[in-house]
Design a protein. Structure first.
Length: 107
């Protein structure tokens, strides 16, 4: 899930979609909703940090072997795209109308 800031989500989704047998939703079945979600807007977006929310279908990570497989796949995908310089810059995408409490301290 992501909203407004695709610095991590775009290259990560592209990488994961290139993996055989991997289906990746782009804000599906859930999107990151500024104003409705708390953690990412308050702790990452309000500080201008690059971010992405990741959710796995529970049936795909039900056992240790499956969980390890997906952890390894995500780890490798993140390492493959992590050298983006933009990840290390603060970029702000929130607006006062978003009513994110943490934003007042960072905007």
């Amino acid at each position: 899930g992501w909203s407004r800031d695709a610095r991590i989500s775009a290259p990560l989704i592209k990488n994961l979609r290139g993996q055989p047998g991997v289906t990746v939703g782009d804000n599906l079945p859930y999107a990151l909703e500024v104003g409705a979600d708390f953690t990412t807007p308050e702790h990452a977006m309000a500080r201008g940090l690059a971010h992405v929310q990741i959710e796995f279908r529970q049936d795909l990570v039900a056992g240790p072997d499956e969980a390890t497989r997906w952890a390894d796949l995500l780890h490798d995908a993140l390492l493959a795209v992590e050298s983006k310089a933009s990840w290390h810059r603060r970029e702000y995408y929130l607006e006062p109308a978003d009513n994110i409490r943490g934003a007042d301290a960072w905007l």
